[in-house]
Design a binder for this molecule. Structure first.
Ligand code: MTE
Ligand code: MO
Length: 548
């Protein structure tokens, strides 16, 4: 039989494959342009839109399930999705666009039409710029994005052209190869080859499936030991008057967090899927504007010349679980936000909030009263060093008592507003006031540890209230039936976590260790377990250890 025409299925399949390869290359180019020249990153835009659609509790659940790497997996999935969409576009284009009959390729003279590649690029460019981006809230051709319309128009055009032309190239090549194979293969050979391909695909999918399940199961097993559980200690929720802190001689217990977290050990959280902004001090500007009489702009040199103050402060991410790692402490140096606002003249009647704008399309707000508190700073230095890039260079907000989310990094704008602005995470269902919930963590021993029976050891960890200090930490070795008061290390300020320790000589057997804290106002840590979304986690950190 002489074949002169590809079947519809063959056309779709070859287009799909060519689209996939071209899509992977175009996606790589897109990430490269985004990282180096400020081009658009569609996975980033799409990811941001997806989390906006996702209820905070779902987001949180996934975060718990997968852990701190959730953001990266999420990005990889979107990336794979984008490549599959490219493949699908390839398949459909191959059906819709004029494809010359196979016979005409026989002499390798007539190539699949290059103009089809250009047409495809143009269609995609318009579709993404006029439909997809506005749907995600990024505006027509990215007008709402920090990179702006021009960069979006241009980088999208380059990415689209790369895809369209590469697609045509691979499609040609595939059809050509198919034609050559027809010349040398019998019908049985072809059937066998396609069977083999299917088998390989099936096996590949099975391996991926089993591996995914394995990873999830492993995560589940390893995370099971550290969850917060209810112990119903019927204590009062407030102790009046508050306990007097038991500061004492403090031994340096191995495994206990150091009081000050070094800059490279300090936890890092950001919404950015690919990379965090790198801001050049030379071109950076901070604008103070909005409902003020004298808006102004500062350069890096100008802001560095203003009087700074030092402040010890710990931070915690709202998505930190009880006992979790997203909590650190540093010595910061910065300018009170109140000073910066005072320089902007009079604040208008009716102004209620201050919005912090950042270079990464992130913004959040705090109430004006909070903004004017003396401990709310625009930080420029961290632990006696220039603020590191990952922590917001050149400038970030510090707002004690409120979760890390509002400690906006890479700020470029301070705007006084008279409306109830909702920030990046608030649009995704998280708390707006976001006060830190009193928490405590056992650093050592680790859950699941086997200790030496009847040998002296320590139970030790940290407790954190935001800006209310810590007056007492209680530890239970019997799952919450009885409690002992731990020794506290006197902290450098009421805005930091407090280190605590308790000597212990465990008897042989299993022990359930629990910790709870009381703040300087006498508030007792909330024993009822709650996941991080939407207000921050609660419950008591509980671990199981064995002594033998
Ligand atoms: N511009 C910007 N600021 C941001 C974020 C962000 O994604 N972009 N993430 C916030 C969150 S959720 C937290 S917990 C803190 C973390 O600060 P760190 O990385 O210095 O610990 O930064 C906050 N500031
Ligand atoms: Mo956070």
């Amino acid at each position: 039989m002489k074949i002169t025409q590809l079947s519809r299925k063959q056309r779709f399949n070859s287009g799909f494959l060519a689209g996939l390869v071209a899509g992977i290359l175009a996606t790589a180019l897109m990430l490269l342009l985004s990282a180096t020249l400020g081009g658009i990153s569609l996975p980033e835009v799409f990811g941001s839109a997806l989390t906006q659609l996702m209820p905070a509790s779902v987001f949180d659940y996934l975060h718990q399930l997968i852990g701190g790497d959730a953001k990266h997996y999420f990005f990889y999935i979107i990336l794979i999705g984008q490549c599959l969409v490219f493949a699908l576009i390839g398949g459909l284009a191959s059906l819709a666009l004029p494809l010359p009959p196979l016979a005409s390729l026989r002499d390798e003279q007539e190539q699949w039409l290059w103009p089809a590649g250009l047409l495809l690029a143009l269609l995609l460019w318009l579709l993404v710029g006029l439909v997809f981006l506005p749907l995600t809230g990024a505006g027509i051709f990215g007008a709402q994005l920090n990179i702006g319309t021009f960069n979006t128009l241009l980088s999208l055009a380059v990415d689209g052209l790369a895809f369209g032309l590469l697609f045509v190239f691979f499609q040609n090549w595939l059809i050509m190869r198919y034609w050559h194979s027809l010349g040398t293969m019998t019908a049985e050979d072809m059937l066998e080859a396609s069977e083999n391909r299917r088998q390989i695909l099936r096996r590949g999918l099975a391996v991926v499936g089993v591996a995914t399940l394995g990873v999830l199961a492993w995560r589940f097993i390893t995370s099971a030991g550290t969850t917060a559980t209810t112990i119903v200690p019927r204590v009062k929720s407030k102790i009046i008057p508050p306990p007097t802190p038991r500061y004492g001689t403090f031994s340096s217990v191995p495994g206990l967090s150091s009081e000050i977290t070094s800059n490279d050990q300090y936890y890092v959280v950001s919404k950015n899927l690919v990379s965090d902004p790198t801001v050049a001090a030379s071109s950076w500007q901070l604008k103070v504007y909005g409902k003020v009489t004298q808006p102004y702009t500062l350069t890096y040199d100008q802001i560095m010349a203003l009087p700074r103050k030092q402040q010890y402060e710990s931070m915690m991410c709202i998505s930190n679980e009880v006992g979790g790692p997203y909590m650190s402490n540093a010595l910061w140096e910065g300018i009170p936000l109140a000073d910066l606002l005072t320089r902007a003249g009079k604040i208008a009647q009716g102004a209620s909030k201050v919005v912090l704008h950042a270079t990464d399309d992130y913004a959040d707000s705090i109430h004006l009263t909070k903004a004017l508190e003396p401990t709310t700073l625009v930080a420029l230095r961290m632990n006696d060093a220039t603020l590191p890039q990952g922590h917001g260079f050149p400038a970030r907000l510090l707002v004690p008592g409120i979760y890390g989310m509002k400690h906006v990094k890479w700020i470029t704008g301070i705007e006084v507003v008279d409306n109830d602005f909702q920030g990046y995470w608030q649009q995704r269902g998280w708390s707006d006031p976001a006060p830190i919930r009193l928490t405590s963590r056992i650093d050592t021993p680790l859950t699941g540890a086997t200790l030496k029976a009847n040998k002296d050891t320590y139970i030790a960890g940290v407790a954190f209230s935001g800006n209310k200090g810590i007056s007492e930490v209680d530890v239970s070795m019997d799952g919450g039936k009885t409690w002992s008061v731990a020794t506290l290390k006197q902290p450098p300020s009421n805005l930091t976590w407090v280190l605590w320790e308790l000597p212990w000589k465990p008897a042989a057997g299993n022990h359930t260790l629990v910790v709870r804290a009381v703040d300087m106002e006498g508030n007792v840590q909330d024993p009822s377990p709650a996941p991080p979304a939407p207000d921050g986690s609660s419950g008591y950190h509980t671990i199981a250890v064995m002594a033998q």
